[in-house]
Design a protein around this ligand. Structure first.
Ligand SMILES: Nc1ncnc2c1ncn2[C@@H]1O[C@H](COP(=O)(O)OP(=O)(O)OP(=O)(O)O)[C@@H](O)[C@H]1O
Ligand SMILES: [Mg+2]
Length: 452
């Protein structure tokens, strides 16, 4: 082939794609992303209080949000629901935790959604989990997109981020962990100030959810690590970059605000103080992986307390899962043999079956067999295949924010119930006692005698 053919092929294709992107309905959907609103009944269910509690506070609190009247119903935005939580948290002895925020000495859970196989629902599960924690508990969630494909970033893109390659100009995980080298010394920049680290978390359209986005540069992390390996730079050790950065950031940004102090006796919340409290720290970090186990991804795993492995159920998928587990164990044994003081993954871990077809006996048989062979390792509640969520995911929207057409409404409602059940099962593992019972009701409603 003549020299330059590939170059001209690339140029031509890039031009073509840029013109196609101008008509891409996906970027239109992100651009016009309407902020989801909720009825009072839905708000009460999410916060976990009765309607009468909301009505009482509505009468008594001077800063209770007004909502917007659409048709005959009043609806509330995500910001307004957060404000309600602050007001409820200050009421004497709330029955639930309207803002399940960390106390000063609580550890910071770091939850990884990882698997070797592509397309197993890692990004979808991570996005739904983060949004569920925000919607149900008002948690401050930090998302790390560790995948250069930046699927998770697209789930949280705001209109301003839609033009061109989203998040092109933002700092990524590679910056956060300090893997771009100091041009003077050639050493990694792992001495970023905490303020610089904090600046890597950007706001998303979801109040309380912040994101370290990904773009194609995220793949540079791997290259930089290879360079360090070649130069035998060992401080910090090759697998410790993410953990060091998270630890340094979180030591400088601990939880300070007690949610019960956000509103005064008249139920008035100081908006500036509340906004600060929403970003003063994080209650949990969720990391979405690229489908590969690389040294950069190993860094993220070393930084994690919990591992969720989303996994589809075809025969060869299970073979890939086994390969992933073997390689991971290898890596971890290796790391621990050189660093005996380190503890990795001190929390709970789970294999989460995804995109399961109920009509497909082999899928269910595989799950059953795996549950028997690996007791306690498989989530009892899993994601079923759903056309409704496939439509939503096509627009990088979660089931929690997607506005369905009339024909999609039932399917979407069913997927939301499914997502709530899966997320509730994860909560039960990570924060035992905080679960809402959605997992149990799903099991009661969907599993026959013989599956129980
Ligand atoms: N329960 C489901 N029902 C139907 N489609 C689904 C479901 N879960 C995920 N999908 C679809 O499967 C595809 C892969 O999902 P997702 O991007 O979350 O996987 P992933 O593991 O993050 O992929 P990658 O390995 O490329 O990062 C998406 O197109 C998504 O719409
Ligand atoms: Mg993904």
């Amino acid at each position: 082939m003549a020299q330059g053919t590939l170059e001209s092929f690339l140029r031509m294709s890039i031009r073509g794609m840029a013109s196609m992107a101008a008509h891409d309905r996906r970027s239109d959907a992100i651009g016009s992303r309407i902020k989801k609103t909720f009825h009072k009944r839905q708000v009460a269910e999410m916060i976990g209080v009765g309607l009468s509690t909301l009505s009482r506070h509505e009468k008594e609190s001077a800063s209770w949000p007004e909502g917007t009247v659409i048709g005959r119903e009043r609806v509330y935005s995500l910001e307004e629901i957060m404000l309600m939580r602050a007001i409820l948290a200050a009421s004497p002895k709330p029955r639930v935790e309207p803002l399940a925020w960390r106390a000063p000495d609580d550890p910071l859970p770091v939850i990884s959604f990882a698997s070797q196989k592509g397309g197993t629902g890692k990004s979808l599960s991570a996005a739904h989990f983060a949004q569920y924690l925000s919607l149900t508990y008002g948690m401050r969630v930090g998302l790390i997109d560790a995948d250069p494909q930046h699927t998770l970033s697209l789930y949280f893109a705001s209109p301003e981020q839609r033009d061109g390659v989203p998040y092109r100009d933002y700092e990524t995980l590679v910056d956060f962990v300090g893997l771009f080298m100091d041009p003077e010394t050639g050493a990694p920049l792992s001495t970023h100030t905490p303020e610089k680290l904090n600046g890597c978390w950007i706001d998303t359209p979801w109040p309380g959810i912040r994101l370290i986005p990904a773009n194609i540069e995220t793949s540079e992390g791997e290259i930089q690590l290879a360079r360090l390996m070649q130069a035998r730079v060992q401080d910090p050790p090759l697998y410790m970059h993410t953990k060091r950065a998270i630890d340094r950031w979180s030591a400088a940004y601990p939880p300070l605000t007690d949610p019960s102090t956000l509103a005064d006796g008249d139920g008035v919340v100081d908006p500036a103080r509340f906004a600060d409290a929403l970003t003063e720290t994080l209650d949990v970090i969720v990391i979405d992986y690229q489908p590969a186990l690389t040294i950069f991804q190993l860094n993220n795993l070393v930084a994690s307390t919990h591992l969720v492995i989303p996994q589809t159920m075809k025969g060869f998928d299970i073979a890939t899962l086994e390969a992933f587990l073997v390689k991971l164990l290898d890596y971890i044994e290796d790391v621990l043999s050189t660093n005996t003081a380190l503890s990795i993954g001190t929390g709970e871990h789970v294999i989460l079956p995804t995109i399961v077809q109920r009509s497909n006996d082999t899928d269910l048989e595989q799950i059953g067999a795996m549950m028997e062979a690996c007791p306690g390792a498989v989530s009892p509640v899993f994601y079923l295949r759903s056309d409704a969520v496939a439509n939503a995911a096509d627009l990088f929207q979660s089931a929690y924010e997607f506005e369905p057409s009339a024909g999609q409404r039932r399917g979407l409602k069913r997927f939301i119930d499914n997502a709530n059940a899966v997320n509730d099962a994860l909560v039960a593992k990570i924060w035992p006692g905080r679960e809402r019972g959605y997992a149990q009701s799903w099991i009661d409603e969907n599993y026959g005698e013989e599956d129980a």
